[in-house]
Design a protein around this ligand. Structure first.
Ligand code: NAD
Length: 496
């Protein structure tokens, strides 16, 4: 018996019959666990119509009521988050504790959105001219869509929908077809929290759904997260069609280690950030740039720790789970082969892993390369797996240049005990999110998340005040309430 996963339209499960479906797997067992419906054009149009119909009612629902519903959603989520974490582990493969961490980080954005009355406050200037006041307001944009990746099936959607919905928009989520069940669980939770039908929609699908969303005239704004080629495509197509688009892309995050760094802390950080969630995080560290003479000592410590890591079923006591699909596991393994062929030193080769789980699981153990050169594909490409490369350099300047020359600019970190060096790094580095002795510097919900260069297309980052701006339009009102005797004709701009 496998699950049937369908769309969530107008407050309930879709009852139609899909022509196209996609298989969903449990990566730890390798078994097919479900089939997800892939939306056709008619279903997408039905979903957009339902979201468009709900918009005027939701926009005009009072701020008090809207924030109460978001608050209720937060309470329900907080009470039931283990349930959601288990769903994530069953379709994504990440270990349960990490899945719970993902939900918690998403919940923080919900908590931020509970403060929407404050976040939407405008400005007011009394008496800018005789009897004239000016004030600004922010209004929702309408039907907005989120198109999200497989690697955070709950957190990434929650970067967007709490803020969008709290601000008065109606939201269509198009989750990854690889792990779609979390989105449906979240839709049911919204219903339980009292969100009116049509305000939150889940449309399952692939390129067909994305393309229709990109061209649908009633969709006003799109938040996309995924690989860089698709992010660029979504940004270019969506903006050409007159939509607001923020499209977050791929990453290659460097960790620069200076010779004065605390090597115990640094080795722990490299392990956690390199192999957590099997490297399937957009903020994972995939390159250590070791400023000599630090490399030998650091690698020794990293290898010691790697020997203790358990790769296995995420529902058991493992440190690292499987990769999301067999195809993705094979692709990452092919990079390991390419690294060896290119002449890098495979200090630990994860292809030999003895996983604590079913033989058919999509396993690949943590892999460490030394002597990686910047022309090798293991350096240039986003691998999105548990493969950590060490690039040795002689100076800080050389390290800085390497990071700045890379086309991705999502996250980076520096490990050092020198405050002056860290301060210089934060100033000179061309990356959107920077950690100082922090390997995964994901901003908290009230700041905004986003990279530079090929890691983000558009100018708005996710959540925080930039998220509020993205989902609202500003309006400035100039009002005059005068005694009738103050009228009179004047064709010029007022002078006082
Ligand atoms: P992906 O690009 O394959 O898919 C992302 C979304 O796009 C999915 O909903 C998918 O259905 C859709 N899609 C896939 N192919 C498409 C096509 N040809 N046309 C239109 N839509 C298409 O990404 P993924 O493999 O699900 O996720 C991993 C990627 O996401 C990595 O590159 C990772 O770095 C990136 N990511 C980035 C961030 C960030 O904040 N910058 C966060 C998480 C993940």
């Amino acid at each position: 018996m496998t699950n049937h996963i369908t769309h969530w339209i107008n407050g309930s499960s879709w009852t139609g019959k899909a022509d196209r479906k996609s298989d969903v797997f449990n990566p730890a067992t390798g078994l097919k666990t479900g089939e997800v419906d892939l939306a056709d054009i008619a279903t997408i149009d039905e979903a957009v119509e339902s979201a468009a119909k709900a918009f005027p009612m939701w926009r005009d629902t009072s701020l008090t009521k809207r924030s109460q519903i978001v608050f209720k959603f937060r309470e329900l989520l907080n009470n039931k988050k283990e349930e959601l974490a288990a769903i994530i582990t069953s379709e994504h493969g990440k270990v349960l504790s990490d899945a719970l961490g993902e939900v918690t980080r998403g919940q923080e954005v919900v908590e931020f959105a509970c403060g929407i009355p404050h976040l939407l406050k405008g400005g007011f200037s009394e008496g800018v001219s005789n009897g004239v006041d000016v004030y600004s307001i922010r209004q929702p944009v309408g039907v907005v869509a989120g198109i999200t990746p497989f690697n955070f099936p709950a957190m990434v959607p929650m970067w967007f929908f709490p803020v969008a919905i709290a601000a008065g928009n109606t939201f269509i989520l198009k989750p990854s077809e690889k792990d779609p069940s979390a989105a449906i669980w979240l839709a049911k939770l919204w219903k339980e929290a009292g969100l009116p039908d049509g305000v939150f929609t889940v449309l399952n699908g692939d390129k067909v759904a994305v393309d229709r969303i990109l061209e649908h005239p009633k969709v006003k704004a799109i938040s996309f997260v995924g690989s860089t080629p698709i992010a660029k495509y979504v940004y270019e197509t969506g903006t050409k069609n007159g939509k607001r688009v923020q499209a977050l892309g791929g990453a290659k995050n460097h960790m620069v280690v200076l010779p004065d760094a605390d090597l115990e802390l640094t080795a722990d950080a490299a392990i956690n950030a390199g192999f957590g969630s099997a490297g399937e995080r957009c903020m994972a560290i995939s390159v250590v740039v070791a400023v000599e003479p630090v490399a030998d000592e650091l690698i020794k410590r990293i290898v010691d720790r790697m020997g203790k890591l358990v790769t296995g079923d995420g529902t058991k006591n493992s440190d690292m789970g499987p990769l999301v699909t067999k195809q993705h596991r094979d692709k990452v393994a092919s990079y390991v082969e390419a690294g060896i062929k290119a002449g890098a030193t495979a200090v630990v080769d994860g292809r030999n892993v003895q996983a604590d789980g079913a033989k058919e699981g999509f396993w690949l153990g943590p892999t460490l390369f030394d002597n990686v050169k910047i022309n090798m594909t293991i350096y240039t490409d986003e691998i999105f797996g548990p493969v950590l490369s060490v690039v040795r350099v002689k100076t800080y300047e050389e390290a800085l240049k390497i990071v700045n020359d890379h086309p991705y600019g999502n996250g980076t970190a520096i490990f050092t005990n020198d405050g002056g060096a860290a301060r210089r790094f934060q100033n000179e580095i061309e990356v959107g999110m920077v950690g100082i002795n922090v390997p995964i510097p994901v901003p908290v919900a009230y700041y905004s998340f986003g990279g530079w260069k090929n890691s983000l297309f558009g100018d708005s980052h996710a959540h925080g005040t930039e998220g509020v701006h993205f989902y609202t339009r500003g309006k400035v009102i100039t009002s005059r309430w005068l005694d009738p005797s103050h009228g009179g004709i004047n064709l010029g701009f007022p002078q006082n």
